[in-house]
Design a protein around this ligand. Sequence first.
Ligand SMILES: Cc1cc2nc3c(=O)[nH]c(=O)nc-3n(C[C@H](O)[C@H](O)[C@H](O)COP(=O)(O)O)c2cc1C
Ligand SMILES: CC(C)CC(=O)C(=O)O
Length: 370
Amino acid sequence: MTGPHAGPPHRPAESARDRLSPEHYDYFAGGAGEETALRDNEDAFGRLALLPRVLRGGAERDTRVSVLGREWPAPLFVSPTAFHRLAHPDGEAATARAAAATGTPLVTGMAATTAVADVVTAAREADPDAVVWFQLYLQPEHEVTAELVHRAERAGCSALVVTVDSPVFGRRTRDLRNGFRDLPPGLAAENMRDLPGAAPGATRDIAMWPAGWDDLGRLRELTGLPLVLKGVLHPEDARVAVEHGVDALVVSNHGGRQLDAAPASVEALPAVAGAVAGRVPVLMDGGVRRGGDIALALALGARAVGVGRPVLWALATGGEAGVRQALTALREDFDHVLALCGGHRPQDLTADQVVPRGLPHRPRTGEGAC
Ligand SMILES: Cc1cc2nc3c(=O)[nH]c(=O)nc-3n(C[C@H](O)[C@H](O)[C@H](O)COP(=O)(O)O)c2cc1C
Ligand SMILES: CC(C)CC(=O)C(=O)O
């Protein structure tokens, strides 16, 4: 029997590659070093299988999850990625409208090519209650960080996602090879415009520097917004983060773009979730491409998962409608997997349902072996 998805496999990255200049495609697709962590994010999901439960009855499914006081329709959000106007002229505004139209929370990046106020306005056009969070790299000059935070607050963002995996910038092999360094004329990191210490109208570079827990403390004093730490992989850092009063964590290796030797996000997830022990929500991103990946991550302790590149590929190929379709498809796929696992709600997925693929190797003894 052929189902509704019969036909050639959908390869979003390949469709996007046909639309983008090679260096912009490489910027989006690439990772650090030998791209080990990049590849492993997806491969690690492939090494895991889900054990479905049976005869669990027919209660209505409900995919909603609660995160920082808001109900999300599904355990899915859009991770922050830079420079959406390299993917499509409508850029972050299109992403924001699509995310909002599907009820998917959006984390807009500090390195967006659209200012945070315009991103939130676009999201609210599609849904006045849209959830938009702002991703922040702490800057060495406190007044610059403060101005960025105040802009995010004024725009109506409801949380700050502080990316902490970038004390230095990752070595992106493809970008170095291509000599990709600057945005084309007409595009800029708009949030970085008119910040303290820069000439009027000019944009500042985003600094990556080794901030410390004290800097996080200063951020805590600056704003009442919930703080979400993104890029935590070590369980001890997760514990310390909770002690410092962070409101949520994102287990992430930055899509394989920072430490190439880092583990796949989904492999780091169980230890972090164990260390946090339910005190704050644990989110994750990296390599999530289908409903089964979402289910695996939830079973291993995530409250919700983020997607980065899938949104960029959808934006490049189909603009706003493309992103809407990609997010809807992921959500529907998750709902389908949940049903097949015998679950009714995201919380029904449990760690005992996750097993490695492949049988463990058992040496044959000779006698009795058949
Ligand atoms: C092109 C690109 C740009 C990114 N820019 C940022 C960024 O500015 N800030 C940040 O915290 N993470 C950034 N990330 C990492 C994403 O937030 C996310 O961790 C990662 O993309 C998840 O993996 P996935 O692409 O496999 O879904 C970027 C990722 C990509 C692919
Ligand atoms: C240009 C950077 C700030 C964004 C990026 O490429 C990343 O964080 O991976």
